[in-house]
Design a protein around this ligand. Structure first.
Ligand code: NAP
Length: 270
């Protein structure tokens, strides 16, 4: 049996919507206290209202009834804002046991047209933002004695490619380069760090890419459906569990088998 996360303090960046909100939902239903972080107060407030209402309705089982949901506005590209975020979590919940560094952006730009500003923006949020969030939470995670960091990377970059996302793919692969050395440095502090690599997950961000994109992706996935945001939450919950204490510096692909087919022919007739 997995040990309950009831009462643990969890920070989730990029939690206003999409995968971050799904991660927050899964941790809250497990009884953890969750700090939702993003740049937009109204969206965060809406997410917190939704999650509190779900918990009050008893969705996902009883332990969540004890969970507290708080919000904090921060842009992870700012080191100072990340420190304020960590301080807010400590003030609200008495410490930090788990950081889910999930905030990320994926604007498209072709190689030929990609500007320096495009590259800087993607790396500022996806790479520097990850590093700043981890740094800011470090002392609290160490004090926890069972600190856990879970990064949201992607299959795009570390495993696959997609035209328009060369900078994005590079940033998601960079997170994994960071992860492997971070795991070594954090091990003596009792902190593990691992990454979830989502495939195509049904989110507001993905919906913006249109029906054709979604249908094309569903056809390329052996399970012929997009993932749910909670699928990523459950993977993060595993990495955060007491029982995953000996797992660090690792990646878990959650993609319905999307990276497996050698060619479109591999999916014909199955
Ligand atoms: P999303 O629906 O666009 O949500 C992104 C969240 O991050 C929002 O809450 C956004 O809120 C927040 N955010 C963006 N920039 C931020 C910043 N600088 N500081 C703080 N918060 C920020 O995206 P998603 O699809 O859930 O993606 C979440 C993560 O999963 C990203 O790291 C992405 O690379 C990864 N991922 C997604 C998919 C997928 O299929 N959706 C697949 C693979 C990997 P504000 O804009 O209000 O700040």
């Amino acid at each position: 049996m997995f040990t309950s996360l009831e009462g643990r303090s969890v920070v989730v960046t990029g939690a206003g919507k999409g995968i971050g909100k799904g991660i927050a939902r899964v941790f809250a239903r497990s009884g953890a206290n969750v700090l939702l972080v993003s740049r937009t107060a109204e969206v965060l407030d809406g997410a917190a209202r939704d999650l509190r209402a779900e918990l009050a309705d008893g969705a996902g089982g009883a332990p969540g009834a004890t969970s507290r949901i708080e919000t904090f506005v921060a842009d992870v590209t700012s080191r100072a804002a990340c420190q304020e975020m960590a301080d807010a979590a400590v003030a609200a919940f008495g410490g930090i046991d788990v950081l889910c560094a999930n905030a990320g952006i994926f604007p498209a730009a072709s190689l030929a047209e990609m500007t320096e500003a495009d590259i800087d923006e993607v790396f500022a949020v996806n790479v520097k933002g990850t590093m700043f969030a981890v740094q800011a939470c470090l002392s609290a995670l160490e004090a926890s004695g069972r600190g856990r960091v879970v990064l949201t990377s992607s299959i795009t970059g570390p495993i696959t490619g997609y035209p328009g996302w060369a900078h994005y793919g590079a940033s998601k692969a960079a997170q994994l380069g960071y992860l492997r050395t971070a795991a070594i440095e954090l091990a003596p502090k009792g902190i593990t760090i691992n990454a979830v690599l989502p495939g195509n997950i049904a989110t507001e961000g993905l919906a913006d890419m249109g029906e054709d994109y979604r249908l094309g992706m569903e056809a390329a996935i052996p399970q012929h459906r997009l993932g749910a945001v909670e699928d990523i939450g459950y993977a993060a919950l595993y990495f955060a569990s007491e029982q995953a204490g000996y797992v660090t510096g690792q990646t878990l692909v959650v993609d319905g088998g999307q990276v497996l087919p050698e060619s479109p022919g591999a999916l014909e007739g199955v």
